[in-house]
Design a protein around this ligand. Structure first.
Ligand SMILES: Nc1ncnc2c1ncn2[C@@H]1O[C@H](COP(=O)(O)OP(=O)(O)O)[C@@H](O)[C@H]1O
Ligand SMILES: [Mg+2]
Length: 239
């Protein structure tokens, strides 16, 4: 669908989220307004339990708000049924998590090809080419055919980044992508995310607890108790 260039990649207005389990209602987000423009590289910070992952799940079209509006790439999720939401998610959004969730029995290349095979229903030669290209871009050209269990933590997270980019998403949501890595590996992973942002114009929203890494983002949004309490451009990012 064609859309005006000015359409923000993410638009949340008045978003509330309650988790409901039987009689127990846990309100988590209390009216979040947030706009993320195309090509932005934004950090989402906040204490544990403040609702960061809940917010990412809503933006990632993995869940629906209790109230308020979620628009991603100009589409209002309220107008999408579950199938349409899943299709939009697959075409538009890549995910990187703290724990890589790679399939341990498979090679780096196979892990990157899995989303492409799932989308097209069967393997095709261009998928391997595309997967190899992505893995070379994340510096793993030498270990394409190695099982992911034989790779270091930093290498595994780089495979996860390549996998997140396999469907050429316009938005990548990363939930503490360096939370499980040492400083050096965290720096490398962060630099890679930034490179894809600069080179391909991909929009990134990255949850991090590390102020040093947040300081390398163009914008820092802070969530406390389900409310955005700060949202500021970061002149030091050097973007
Ligand atoms: N599926 C769920 N059911 C009930 N409560 C949940 C669920 N997921 C998260 N929560 C609660 O919502 C709050 C925010 O969680 P979360 O979004 O994971 O925060 P963060 O990512 O900032 O640590 C926490 O109190 C958490 O216990
Ligand atoms: Mg979380």
């Amino acid at each position: 669908m064609a859309e005006p260039v000015a359409t923000p990649t993410v638009e949340l207005s008045g978003v509330r989220k309650d988790y409901v389990a039987g009689p127990v209602v846990t309100p988590v987000l209390h009216g979040v307004d947030l706009e993320v423009g195309a090509g932005e590289f934004t950090a989402l910070m906040g204490p544990s339990g403040s609702g960061k992952s809940t917010l990412l799940n809503l933006i990632g079209l993995l869940d629906r708000p209790t109230a308020g509006r979620v628009r991603v790439a100009g589409l209002d999720t309220a107008a999408l049924d579950d199938d349409a939401m899943a299709r939009t998610r697959g075409r538009t959004i890549g995910f990187v998590f703290q724990f890589h969730h790679l399939l341990p029995a498979f090679t780096a290349l196979e892990n990157v090809m899995i989303p492409m095979m799932a989308a097209r229903g069967r393997p095709a030669p261009d998928m391997a080419e595309c997967g190899e290209h992505l893995l070379r871009q994340v510096g793993l050209g030498a270990v394409l055919h190695r099982r992911v269990t034989q790779l270091s933590g930093g290498q595994q997270q780089r495979v996860a980044i390549a996998r997140a980019l396999a469907m050429a998403p316009r938005l990548v949501l990363a939930d503490e992508p360096t939370g499980n890595l040492d400083t050096h590996a965290a720096d490398e992973v962060f630099a890679l995310l930034r490179e894809f942002n600069r080179r391909a114009g991909i929009t990134f929203l990255i949850v991090t607890h590390d102020p040093r890494l947040a300081d390398r983002c163009d914008r820092i949004v802070e969530l406390v108790d389900g409310r955005i309490v700060a949202d500021r451009p970061n002149p030091r990012s050097g973007a």
